[in-house]
Design a binder for this molecule. Structure first.
Ligand SMILES: *Cc1c(COP(=O)(O)O)cnc(C)c1O
Length: 391
């Protein structure tokens, strides 16, 4: 009934799996028949503390019962406190709140353009370098920023001013930086949708060098890697970077829509009143929930994220149908002999939710998943992989 209604009345932008989830608890989800699933997807790396997390629910409900929205014409406590906490913990200087990853990236792209406009007095240095195989969102501009040809059809004309460097090829980056009048490099440290591919430390050092040499802003898209997912508050810490702009979303809100752009010293005053905005951005309910998440993202939790990531790798080691494991912390890509899409469908039928990213199986469970749940999920994944090799 629900699936038929959805099929008839919802635009067909998603090829949904034939499951209707009705509730959850931590890393468990339940469908309408009461069947339980171990959640290795967290709603695409969003439900940081899993489903129906009590602390988060209480924070959200409390704010909801007081005031759900004010617009950005006025001050609210959760929004100011969340921004302060993000800045104090990262050393970045100011925050703009958006409602999604794509919007956070739009805001960062606009900031880079305006920074260049203020610096050069005209629009001569508007070009932004991104990486091939990246993903930055679904708006026309963030699609243009996304370095995959597959995203650059059917919707043109796209926003101009993006050039794409080959990841792990420093010459490609330097060539683009010298041949174009650029203002910024925008990149993910672990290319998520592109197949959970971490950049090497040496390549990241090259990005840093090129940014310094050509006066480019370093803008890191931490929409997926951020908020504890990779084993630190933000992934750039593990690479020893001091970015000018950081964008994030997904796990920050813990399940409510919230995006953020963090500005460093060089970019903190780029925007002035009226130059950018959002009706819903920084919504007090979303921010109250996010604060309850951020407060619990501490070193002990990050150590657990890294340990659990290690446990998944250990459990997968030696499995003949696994040809590679990539990623950081609890953001893991599994290369399998059986096609990933097929693996995801078969796992779901056996009560385990996994995602895919390009040709890989992607595991991004809630950070609070238990060792037992991990063991059971990986057991099912291996069983599904072995089924195919037996055929
Ligand atoms: C998911 C994602 C986005 C887009 O986020 P939305 O909230 O879907 O707009 C952008 N960048 C990266 C790295 C992502 O993983």
């Amino acid at each position: 009934m629900i699936q038929e209604l959805d099929q008839e009345y919802i635009a067909h932008t998603y090829a949904r799996f034939p499951v209707t989830f009705v509730k959850g608890e931590g890393a468990l989800l339940y469908d309408e028949s009461g069947k339980a699933y171990i959640d290795m997807g967290a709603g695409i790396a969003v439900n940081t503390f899993g489903a129906a997390d009590k602390t988060w629910c209480a924070a959200v409900s409390e704010q909801l019962g007081k005031l759900q929205h004010t617009s950005n014409l006025y001050y609210t406590e959760p929004c100011a406190k969340l921004a302060a906490s993000l800045c104090r913990r990262t050393g970045l200087k100011r925050v703009f709140f958006a409602n999604s990853g794509a919007e956070a990236n739009e805001c960062a792209i606009k900031a880079a353009r305006k920074y260049a406009f203020m610096k050069y007095g005209d629009e001569s240095h508007a070009t932004i370098i991104t990486l091939k195989n990246s993903f930055h969102g679904r708006t026309i501009t963030t699609l243009a920023a996304t370095g995959q040809d597959a995203f650059h059809t059917s919707f043109g004309p796209f926003t101009e001013g993006f050039v794409y460097a080959d990841p792990e090829e420093p010459e490609s980056l330097e060539k683009l930086a010298s041949a174009n009048q650029c203002c910024a490099v925008l990149f993910e440290l672990v290319q998520g949708e592109g197949g959970v591919r971490p950049l090497s430390q040496s390549y990241v050092e090259e990005i840093k060098r090129v940014c310094e040499k050509y006066g480019l802003l370093m803008m890191i898209d931490e929409v997926q890697t951020g908020n504890g997912r990779t084993g630190s508050l933000y992934c750039y810490e593990q690479y020893g970077l001091s970015p000018d702009v950081v964008t994030t979303a997904k796990g920050l809100g813990g399940g409510l829509p919230l995006g953020a752009v963090l500005f460093g010293e060089r970019t903190k005053d780029v925007y002035d009143p009226g130059s950018h905005g959002s009706t819903f951005g920084g919504n007090p309910v979303c921010c109250a929930g996010a604060l309850s998440i951020l407060d619990r993202l501490d070193d002990a939790l990050f150590a657990e994220v890294r340990r659990k990531g290690g446990l998944i790798r250990e459990l997968l080691a030696g499995c003949g149908e696994v040809t590679g494991v990539t990623g950081l912390g609890l953001m893991i890509g599994v290369e399998t002999t059986r096609p990933a899409k097929e693996v995801a469908a078969a796992c779901l039928a056996k009560g385990v939710v996994v995602l895919t990213a390009k040709d890989k199986v992607r595991l991004v469970p809630p950070l609070v998943i238990s060792d037992e749940q991990i063991k059971e999920a990986v057991r099912v994944l291996k069983e599904v992989l072995q089924e195919s090799s037996a055929e």
